[in-house]
Design a protein around this ligand. Sequence first.
Ligand code: HEC
Length: 146
Amino acid sequence: MFSKMVVSKTVASILFGVGLVAFSVNTMAGQVKPGKKDFTEYCAPCHGAKGEGDGPVAVELATKPANLTLIEKHHGKFDRAWLKAYIDGRSMPRAHGTSKMPVWGRWFALQATAGGLLQEDRITIEKQVNKRIDNLMVYLKSIQVE
Ligand code: HEC
């Protein structure tokens, strides 16, 4: 009787553990995927399909697109706050047109508006912009070289 309970408790905790692993793998995959989709559509033309800075548009640019698999290596760490502001671009100097890297915050916000949200829905628009940039960062993190 006692041992039966111990066994079923053990089984239960193993099942719980397996469930947790499945859950976290799923949520991670769930974020890498949408980030990858946006990456392929919006970033790959310049930064390359694998993010190595060799997209088809790259040869046309005066400033070479960065190799995005080396962010961590070049900056010494994967600085999410900096990266987020950099990709968003609206609070960066290039918001005034000093670099070739597009201002994605403005573009994603425009897309949200085109998707039916009004300018007055600023909070919802910002949430969508943040989510897309967060997803892109999950994807970028997944392609960093060791
Ligand atoms: C029109 C070409 C172009 C597109 C499209 C583009 N980038 Fe860039 N990106 C650049 C260029 C050029 C640089 C180098 C910036 C500079 O030196 O001014 C850069 C730099 C960066 C950097 C800085 C990397 C570092 O280590 O300093 C990040 C991060 C980045 N891009 C992310 C993205 C993401 C994410 C997307 C897609 C949402 C994207 N880029 C789309 C041209 C582009």
